[in-house]
Design a protein around this ligand. Structure first.
Ligand SMILES: [Fe+2]
Length: 390
């Protein structure tokens, strides 16, 4: 096959825009869902007129029965997906609806995986390891965001080893996703910033990935421009519907891009921080981003120079190398503007863990598409730079 031969995954059906959540009951019925498990957390379940209550109202109207699992935790654990499986089997459920951000979707995907592909999910870590389809899965998304509502990735934490692992398979892509920005208006500023920075990283990593192609490039470029023009505004005022809508468009584009062009060391290393210190994924990604990309810069200075332009930097008259450096400055500025901490110290990272985390990061499914090929020592130095940051 030539280098230009690749498979391109597209999510099947996505409802997008203010008010689309009203259609979920009808769509669940069309999919033949008789009794979905609603996978969410207590906070979202308790929100009056929030995403869960609107979902339930629409299901009630369509005459679809359901049972609720409200134990979703940040950085979903093997224990969580086992709990969902147990409830699914004991209640006679036939499908899954996840309501929340990446943690809810990954919990639902993880439960779906062990319901049809074998009970030990740690054995299924890796790329295209699933032989059987998951139960029908709808994802109602409330953050912008991991993109998990439309990607083939499920990230689960093994609570015994503190290791995060990824199950990457086309079978993980939800049948239908709902991205209704009105469900995101009350997301707190800190969560908006963290999830928005995740989307930002998910647009940057596929752009410089060794697996990028013209289709994913166009998705990354538009996603970066949208985030540059709306993340600060969404953090400053959650009820800015225009900014929320642009962020949803951006996170969907980034999700489609990295479904195909994959990610890189930011995610491979962020998974180690998240697994070891139970820190929010988006914050881990944002803290590492400038230091990983500074390291990556020599692999493709032209692409980094282009990134600087997409982020609104003036590169007129600059050498490619100088323009590329501006992209790193713009990444730091974005993090600072939305209130991300400066150093991985602030999420509890310890230098004595760097070597072990560097070794594990190089084995992470996201490491292989990184544009520069690093050693354990290289990654230790990147962790150190992100630790020393002031
Ligand atoms: Fe991510």
């Amino acid at each position: 096959m030539s280098e230009r031969s690749y498979d391109f995954l597209m999510p099947s059906v996505n409802f997008f825009g203010p008010g689309v959540i009203e259609k979920i009951g009808e769509r669940a019925k069309m999919l033949g869902m008789k009794k979905p498990v609603i996978v969410t957390d207590k906070f979202l379940e308790g929100l009056k007129d929030g995403a869960v209550q609107q979902t339930l109202a629409s299901l009630d109207e369509a005459g679809v029965d359901y049972v609720i699992y409200n134990g979703v935790e940040p950085n979903p654990k093997v224990r969580n997906i086992q709990e969902v499986k147990k409830l699914y089997e004991e209640s006679g459920a036939d499908s899954i609806i996840t309501v929340g951000g990446g943690s809810a979707h990954d919990t639902g995907k993880g439960a779906g995986i062990i319901l049809t592909n074998g009970d030990d999910i740690t054995e299924l870590a890796g790329i295209e390891t699933l032989n059987n389809p998951l139960p029908p899965l709808i994802a109602v998304n409330t953050t912008a965001g991991t993109g998990s509502e439309l990607t083939r990735h499920a990230v689960i934490t093994n609570e015994e080893t503190h290791l995060k692992f990824v199950v990457v398979s086309w079978r993980n892509i939800p049948l239908v996703s709902f991205n209704d920005p009105t469900l995101m208006l009350d997301v707190p500023a800190s969560l908006t910033a963290a999830t928005g920075m995740d989307a930002f990283v998910q647009a940057i990593e596929p752009y410089v990935s060794v697996d990028h192609n013209p289709i994913t490039d166009s998705q990354c470029i538009e996603a970066i421009k949208l985030i540059e023009g709306s993340l600060r505004e969404a953090v400053a005022n959650g009820h800015n519907l225009e900014a929320r809508t642009a962020m949803v468009e951006a996170e969907m584009l980034a999700g489609m891009a990295f479904n195909n062009a994959n990610l890189g060391y930011v995610h491979a290393m962020a998974h180690q921080l998240g697994g070891q210190y139970d820190a929010p994924h988006g914050v881990c990604c944002a803290l590492l981003l400038p230091y990983v990309e500074q390291y990556n810069l020599i692999a493709d200075p032209q692409r980094f120079a282009e990134l600087a332009e997409f982020m609104g930097e003036n590169t007129d008259g600059l050498s490619t190398r100088d323009a590329a450096e501006l992209s790193i400055k713009a990444m730091k500025q974005m993090s600072e503007d939305v209130g991300i901490p400066k150093s991985i110290k602030e999420i509890g990272a310890k230098p004595e863990d760097f070597r072990m985390m560097a070794e594990n990061a190089l084995k992470d499914g996201n490491a292989f598409s990184n544009p520069r090929k690093g050693t354990v020592d290289d990654l230790v130095k990147i962790f150190q730079a992100a630790y020393d940051a002031e």
